[in-house]
Ligand binder design. Structure first.
Ligand code: WTA
Length: 775
């Protein structure tokens, strides 16, 4: 790269570096692009002998003022942060002068592309300047070297009826050494609802808004303070107790994003009932069907199902109660009858008169719950007592009931929320996820409320009445932390900047992303357009199983790389292993595993501990296997590369290929099916199904539609295949195993990369499939 000129660094603002050519007579200011590559030559500082360090991934490298820094190649984006990266003694003043050589434009590779938090942001961040990375590293080191000390100190900030004994945690995650077991704070008793509500009210925050609720129609809204929320939760708890729901009983909640949804979750947690949760919002965009709901009801046999009559999402009305009705009928046919269906009347969507009703079983929430007392003693439960079960897709057809317990989950969700979003008491926080998914559990409800945060709950659709709705809500409630999924970012990005720029968004401080790897272009749009280049993005990698964030940036603590989830959270020891399970050091790619337990980890798969061990702990003995591929770059940043098992991630929702296949083959005209994921512009991955029909059945468009409908009815709309590809036969090995690798290539039209097909039982199948590609 050619040397262009010598420059002096004169001044910088938070967005731009101004550089001028050599002193003593500066020419016109030179505006360096963030990607301009510079070589630092020398610099001086108003504080004598102050040390200076440039952000270099995790390692800060220092050099005494006046000498060349060890890392002297930087982009101008780094330069503008020289001062904030300097470990200045207090009152040190500013870096006054810096000489550098412009080398030219760096060929931006994603890995080298560092985006720094603004000095203003860093100065205020929970983990930041003057400690910056050093602050994180110190805390991180302590968290992994002394997890018991680290986590018990944090846990002490919560309310426990009795403290844990004899130890903070006990674990065996090595299948070779016996049964896998994870326990945190065992012997302690607590209550997560008490910690989320009573504790905040007792601290004098009863008058603070806990929930802002925004309905589907602009102008439809409501709010509850912490004290009001506590009252409502107590009333429902008392009602549930009255109808005989007690500790260990299951309650299925099938509600849209109304305030009654967190109320119901907290009410169950208050009385120690395990709430099991079927996400209904997903009826529209990721929803489970009546059949999926019935499957879950049959599995946990709840005493009560809580739902509402209908929900309005965008222009559509969805009759939730009718879905519940058919699920309950299905359950009754299987010999399980549910005695009580508590139904909230969601007036804005549907009048009660229009709701189908089964006397004796169905009860209106509004008719009974408000009659109960607003005081309800909490049920103290063991830290290891179950809190909730959430079903998630695996690589077999049967969903897995991921079981989380109380104490560790509470401490972990609260702490991850606080640090990964740099939470401050004045923040207004909005997570767009539905409570039916883990994100809604950990980061709509528990994590924020445990921190005494004000949350926004939105019932409607982000595209209604138009694509500016999110920013309208951001401005209306002065949202400062906005947490969403890449699929929403991509779809809003496609709709154009003007929907965003029409709104001020000046309240925004931190952005967040979850569900799938966020592609760098979506990241940049989110950062530049939504966040006006001033809000760090917390790209949080985690899973239903992990309960909370595992790898995520701490905003303000280190530079980000668009698309990288960066570094592990406190207490998390991620390792990358090869196929043989050997840990790989340094820059590498492989399978992502975790080496030690953390408080938020799931404890088992409901009713199937063996499957828990087989799926997560046997593939790489000694480790928890995440099912994700990951690479680590030279600076130690983690880049998640997606699932390595037969799980597809559609709009951030996990769907097992086997689940879709089993729905397809239940169609009377389908003989066999093989499903693969393909790249999708908005959804991240789309579902591509190869279908072999029963002998003699002709291909038709109606049949394609009917196959798709079968999947919608059995799993939900979000699992509907994007494409049905007719397959006279499927590429199988001689032992009968379907070679999905080949199917993936055909689905993504990478026909020159089919690879070796000679091991197939019938290689001609491949040509037949290719010839049917456009049908
Ligand atoms: C993927 C959602 C990359 C990953 C919280 C994981 C991500 C699965 C990210 C878990 C991210 C989630 N970057 N990939 N920030 N977040 N994933 O259980 O493949 O619904 O294994 O939990 O989503 O999905 P789940």
């Amino acid at each position: 790269m050619a040397q262009i000129s010598h420059i002096n660094y004169c001044s910088y603002s938070s967005h731009r570096v101004s550089l001028v050519s050599p002193s003593p007579r500066p020419t016109a200011p030179f505006k360096a692009q963030p990607s301009t590559l510079l070589r630092l030559v020398r610099w001086s500082h108003s504080a004598p002998r102050c040390r200076y360090s440039l952000g270099d991934g995790m390692g800060t490298r220092s050099a005494a003022a006046g000498s060349s820094p060890r890392r002297s190649l930087v982009t101008s984006d780094h330069l503008r942060h020289v001062e904030s990266m300097a470990q200045l003694p207090s009152g040190a003043g500013k870096i006054s002068h810096l000489n550098a050589v412009i080398l030219g434009e760096s060929l931006a590779s994603e890995e080298n592309d560092l985006v720094f938090p603004s000095p203003e942001f860093s100065a205020q961040a929970l983990v930041s300047s003057p400690n910056r990375c050093a602050g994180y590293q110190q805390m991180y080191r302590r968290s992994v070297e002394d997890p018991a000390g680290f986590w018990s100190e944090i846990a002490s900030q919560f309310c426990w009826k009795e403290k844990w004994h004899p130890e903070v945690y006990a674990e065996n995650i090595d299948v070779g050494k016996g049964t896998v077991r994870i326990e945190w704070f065992k012997g302690a008793t607590t209550n997560i609802c008490y910690n989320a509500l009573d504790r905040n009210v007792e601290a004098g925050n009863g008058g603070k808004v806990a929930i802002y609720w925004e309905g589907n129609e602009p102008g439809q809204d409501g709010q509850l303070t912490y004290a009001e929320l506590l009252d409502k939760v107590c009333q429902l708890s008392n009602y549930l107790k009255h109808v005989g729901v007690g500790k260990g009983d299951a309650v299925v909640i099938y509600l849209p994003m109304l305030m009654e949804l967190p109320i119901a979750m907290l009410a169950c947690a208050r009385i120690g009932a395990v709430h099991r949760y079927s996400p209904q919002m997903s009826v529209v965009f990721a929803g489970f069907s009546a059949e999926s709901l019935a499957q879950r009801i049959l599995d946990c046999k709840p005493k009560v199902v809580i739902t509402c009559n209908a929900v309005q999402r965008g222009p559509k009305t969805i009759h939730l109660k009718e879905i519940v009705d058919s699920a309950l009928t299905e359950c009754a046919n299987d010999g399980i009858s549910i005695g009580l269906c508590l139904t909230y009347e969601n007036q804005s969507a549907m009048e009660r008169e229009a709701t189908k009703w089964q006397e004796g079983r169905d009860v209106w929430w509004q008719d009974v719950v408000p009659k109960f007392s607003t005081k309800c003693l909490v049920e103290w439960v063991d830290a290891e007592d179950p809190l909730f079960l959430l079903y998630t897709s695996g690589s077999t057809g049967k969903p897995k009931g991921v079981l989380h317990t109380t104490g560790g989950y509470m401490v972990y969700t609260a702490t991850t929320f606080k640090y990964a979003f740099d939470y401050k008491p004045s923040d207004i926080y909005w997570c767009t996820a539905d409570c039916g998914w883990i994100t809604g559990h950990s980061y709509v409800t528990y994590g924020p409320l445990l921190n005494g945060a004000t949350i926004v709950v939105f019932e409607g659709a982000p595209s209604y009445p138009d694509s500016g709705r999110c920013w309208d809500i951001v401005d209306k409630y002065k949202v400062s932390i906005f947490y969403t999924a890449p699929t929403l970012v991509r779809s809003l990005m496609r709709d154009g900047d003007e929907y965003v720029t029409r709104y001020s968004r000046k309240s925004l401080r931190v952005l967040g992303s979850v569900g799938e790897p966020i592609n760098p272009s979506a990241w940049r749009w989110f950062f530049n357009v939504v966040g006006d280049s001033r809000c760090p993005i917390s790209d949080t990698w985690w899973q239903t199983e992990t309960g909370g964030f595992m790898i995520a940036p701490l905003p303000g603590a280190w530079p980000q790389k668009p698309g990288s989830a960066t570094f592990p959270f406190f207490g998390v020891l991620p390792v990358i292993v090869d196929e043989k399970g050997n840990e790989i050091e340094g820059e590498c790619s492989g399978y992502l595993c975790i080496k030690k337990s953390w408080p938020g980890a799931f404890r088992t798969l409901y009713g199937d501990h063996e499957r828990f061990e087989t799926t997560y702990f046997k593939p790489f003995p000694g480790y928890y296997f995440t099912g994700d591929g990951c690479s680590r770059d030279k600076d130690g940043y983690h880049w998640l590369t997606g699932r390595v098992d037969d799980v597809i991630n559609v709009s951030g929702h996990r769907i097992g290929t086997a689940e879709v296949e089993s729905a397809l083959v239940s169609h009377p005209q389908c003989a066999e099916a093989a499903v693969v994921g393909v790249e999708h512009e908005v959804k991240g991955q789309g579902i591509y199904a190869f279908v072999t029909l029963v002998e003699g059945v002709p291909y038709s468009e109606e049949l394609q539609k009917s196959l798709i409908l079968t999947v919608r009815n059995q799993i939900g709309a979000f699992a509907a295949p994007d494409k049905i590809h007719w397959a006279p036969g499927l590429p199988k090995t001689r032992s009968g195993k379907i070679m999905r690798r080949i199917l993936r290539k055909i689905a993504s039209r990478q026909l020159d990369e089919l690879g070796d097909t000679s091991t197939l039982a019938d290689p001609s199948v491949v040509d037949q499939l290719i010839s049917l590609s456009d049908c």
